[in-house]
Design a protein around this ligand. Structure first.
Ligand code: C2E
Ligand code: MG
Ligand code: MG
Length: 256
């Protein structure tokens, strides 16, 4: 509790005083190992505490209403970065940004996204919103409206950590989803664990049958990569390829 209060106080300050940063993890096409995009991941370092994981501070931001400001900051940062890379390298890939259920449930989120795309002059298909199953399945009318508006713009939608929440399959096929992100917890157990293999094969098959693509997260080993390739997963992200990087370190991938 003491640490939580301490982090909350620092986080409030970090959001207003540019104390946060964004790292970008490259995403690849499995068959060709061609760079297809980046996932924007928020980073936070406090002089007196050190590095704090988003797995710790994002839930604190969500509980205390800071996620809206934090999320808006990350979104604008990532879009601005993408605009620069498009100009500088002619990069026509995708920027994936994590969006919390709270943001999606704010009336006007879609309009905000549209305004950012216009301001930074990037096409809607260059942006992918990553949401978790629970925020997508809440069936809140505001979230659905905002998703509909983004679909109309052409913004891509990915379901993050797929398989760990509670997706209604009946609901899923009505959603404008382009990508299912296979959670790291399944990928980690490949190819030794028969259950994980069956789950991953099923997600890949489901994605294919629904004309979505499957992106495997957290690939670390040759054996995991080989298994995923064999079962037809088309997109990949993980330390095997690259860790989340500072923008300057992404340049090597963009040049190549
Ligand atoms: P996520 O969106 O599922 O992001 C993937 C996480 O897996 C990242 O952790 C990434 O660094 C890590 N990862 C990627 N490849 C590997 C690998 O090969 N091995 C291992 N062990 N890990 C790998 P990170 O950056 O700590 O972020 C954790 C979570 O925090 C994210 O999970 C996301 O849910 C949340 N998050 C991060 N940034 C934001 C943000 O700007 N907004 C929101 N709402 N959530 C965010
Ligand atoms: Mg994500
Ligand atoms: Mg994930």
């Amino acid at each position: 509790m003491v640490r939580k209060m301490q982090l909350l106080r620092h986080l409030r300050e970090a959001i207003v005083s540019e104390g946060l940063s964004v790292h970008y993890q490259p995403q690849f096409e499995m068959s060709t190992q061609r760079l297809i995009g980046f996932e924007a991941l928020c980073r936070w370092q406090v002089a007196s505490i050190g590095y704090i994981s988003p797995a710790e501070f994002i839930p604190i931001a969500e509980e205390n209403g800071l996620i809206t400001a934090l999320g808006a900051w990350v979104l604008e940062h990532a879009i601005a970065q993408m605009a620069q890379w498009r100009l500088q390298f002619g990069f026509d890939g995708v920027m994936a940004v994590n969006v919390s259920g709270t943001q999606l449930n704010m009336k006007g989120f879609g309009v905000h996204v549209e305004a950012l795309l216009l301001r930074y002059e990037i096409p809607a298909h260059a942006l992918e919103i990553e949401v978790t199953e629970s925020s997508l399945m809440s069936r809140s009318s505001i979230a659905l409206e905002e998703l509909e508006r983004m679909r109309a713009l052409g913004v891509r939608l990915a379901i993050d950590d797929f398989g760990t929440g509670y997706s209604s399959l009946a609901h899923l096929h009505k959603m404008p989803v382009q990508t299912l992100k296979i959670d790291q917890s399944f990928v980690r157990s490949l190819p030794g664990d028969a259950d994980a293999c069956a789950i991953v094969e099923s997600i890949v098959a489901l994605a294919g049958a629904m004309k979505m693509s499957a992106l495997a997260e957290g690939i670390e080993t040759d054996a995991q990569l080989e298994f995923l390739k064999r079962c037809g997963c088309t997109k990949a992200q993980g330390y095997w390829f690259a860790k989340p990087l500072e923008p300057s370190a992404c340049v090597a991938f963009l040049v190549r």
